[in-house]
Design a binder for this molecule. Structure first.
Ligand code: SAM
Length: 261
């Protein structure tokens, strides 16, 4: 099909057969799995996926692409969900799911945060993303890549970069390097938070000014003694605090709010 790639939909179509095969193999899909592909585009992953699985759910926003997908031979094997994945209710598809996609890079961060809401119904996810985003997701403390995205996603998932992908693997070639990440739900590995909203707000506040101390970032919500109780020295920078200590601080602040309320 003739299709001019749309920048606003982050369209960079995968061409490299070796990379496509590597992603499909890594996703380890069985016939009976419930599989969702985000952003099928012109079918680079969709067509090989249809050879592995009995039924495939596709979420796509571009009307021209949807029209094209409706001309593919295996219609009885697919459900095409038209619209914005950021508004999609993943619970509308029953069962535990495997999710896969060469994601539109312009919406990857909000999409990753949204997917944390569905963690209980996800088996695993394999995503192509900007390499820089993958590095931030997997980053450890004491590094410039470590931040809110790292801590929040590490709370919910065990994550591993599995394939590096150069710009030439796509048409048109993106300006950045890419990488494929595997994400497996694993809540509890860094502790359990009592209230996810408190945790999320704490992370937003903590990393608001990266160059400042945690004392400075949290001056409205936590004092030095409270931080010390969970092993945080108030003169530390937000990037030097472990995910485990953010969990502990979140629970302490949550308890404090309950006692005050
Ligand atoms: N899977 C194809 C491939 O690998 O060649 C296309 C990948 S392309 C990077 C991203 C795809 O996501 C495009 O098909 C684009 O139209 C679609 N897309 C972009 N924004 C979307 C959104 N908000 N909701 C659903 N699909 C979206």
């Amino acid at each position: 099909m003739q299709h001019t790639a749309r920048k606003r939909f982050g369209q960079n179509f995968l061409q490299d057969k070796g990379i496509i095969n590597a992603i499909i193999t890594a996703a380890n899909i069985k016939e009976a799995d419930t599989v969702i592909e985000i952003g099928p585009g012109l079918g680079a992953l969709t067509i090989p996926l249809l050879q592995k699985v009995n039924h495939l759910h596709l979420i796509e926003i571009d009307k021209d692409i949807i029209e094209y997908l409706r001309t593919l031979p295996n219609q009885n094997q697919m459900d095409i969900h038209e619209g914005d994945v950021l508004r999609f209710d993943f619970n509308s598809i029953a069962g535990k799911k495997k999710i896969i996609g060469n994601l539109p890079y312009n919406i990857s961060t909000p999409l990753l945060f949204k997917l944390t809401d569905y963690v209980d119904n996800i088996i695993d996810m394999h995503f192509m993303l900007q390499k820089e985003v993958v590095e931030r997701m997997c980053a450890n403390p004491n590094s410039k890549d470590y931040g809110r995205l790292s801590v929040m996603l590490q709370y919910f998932f065990d994550m591993e970069k599995i394939i590096d992908v150069p710009p030439e693997a796509f048409e048109p070639a993106p300006k950045v390097d890419s990488a494929v990440i595997r994400m497996i739900p694993d809540v509890g590995r860094i502790g359990i938070v009592n209230d996810i909203n408190t945790f999320s707000q704490l992370l937003t506040q903590s990393f608001a000014m990266r160059r400042k101390t945690i004392r400075n970032n949290l001056k409205k919500i936590a004092n030095d003694e409270e931080m010390a109780q969970v092993g945080i020295n108030a003169t530390m920078r937000p990037e030097d605090i472990s995910p485990q200590n953010y969990v502990k601080l979140s629970n302490l602040l949550n308890e404090k709010a309950k006692n005050q309320g």
